[in-house]
Design a protein around this ligand. Structure first.
Ligand code: VGL
Ligand code: ZN
Length: 200
């Protein structure tokens, strides 16, 4: 069985949002078309408590995109985004969710960030996504969504490490930072990841 993992297609990552990914909205029609080609479709949702420690606003004297040490892990600080229950945290209305079987929320613990849809950044806790996919008999996953250089990349790397055949859907991801993504994409390929081009 093949699964499509749709990462964080939320208003705060779309143009006009708090942590907007350039042209992030352009992937949505591609993601909508893709879904019918998979046996299983799941999504993730970044879902932070207010004052989450990944927010620059939670650290006196810090600004967005500074890097700090957070409980032993390097943490990029972000503008406040995807706060639980806010409009910015909602999945885009333009995303077709009819085939989405389950939505895995992440980033819910105050003091640790979670880029991957599988684990927090310290691999302290699982989200349940891996178990869900295994229970559904999934052997291969394709990852799409936002942002290519953070949550898509870390989700894809964890999928590889968990033993899933893993692709990133090239036409259905956009990065926050193009040059940072180029290096991460190379690391993903080096680990045995594949790229899927669907046209779009
Ligand atoms: C993301 C930064 C912070 C993402 C989430 O979805 O890629 N990036 N939180
Ligand atoms: Zn976040």
């Amino acid at each position: 069985m093949r699964a499509l993992i749709i990462v964080d297609v939320q208003y705060d990552f779309l143009p006009g949002g708090a942590l907007a990914v350039p042209h992030g909205d352009r992937i949505i029609p591609v993601v909508n078309r893709l879904q019918r080609d998979f046996d299983v479709v799941v999504a993730t949702q970044d879902w932070h408590p207010a004052s989450h420690k990944s927010f620059a606003s939670a650290h006196v004297g810090s600004k967005p995109f500074d890097i700090i040490d957070l409980e032993g892990l390097a943490q990029t600080l972000w503008p406040d985004h995807c706060v639980q229950g806010t409009a910015g945290a909602q999945l885009s209305e333009a995303l077709d969710i009819r085939l989405v079987e389950a939505i895995f929320r992440k980033g819910t613990e105050l003091s640790i960030d979670s880029y991957s849809g599988f684990f927090d950044n310290g691999k302290r806790r699982k989200t349940g996504l891996a178990g869900y996919l295994w229970d559904r008999g999934v052997a291969d996953v394709a990852v799409c969504g936002l942002a290519a250089d953070y949550c898509v990349y870390f989700t894809a790397m964890d999928a590889l490490q968990l033993g899933f055949g893993t692709s990133i859907v090239e036409d259905a991801v956009r990065p926050i930072d193009e040059s940072g993504y180029a290096a991460k994409r190379a690391a993903f390929l080096q680990q045995g990841g594949k790229l899927l081009a669907v046209g779009g």
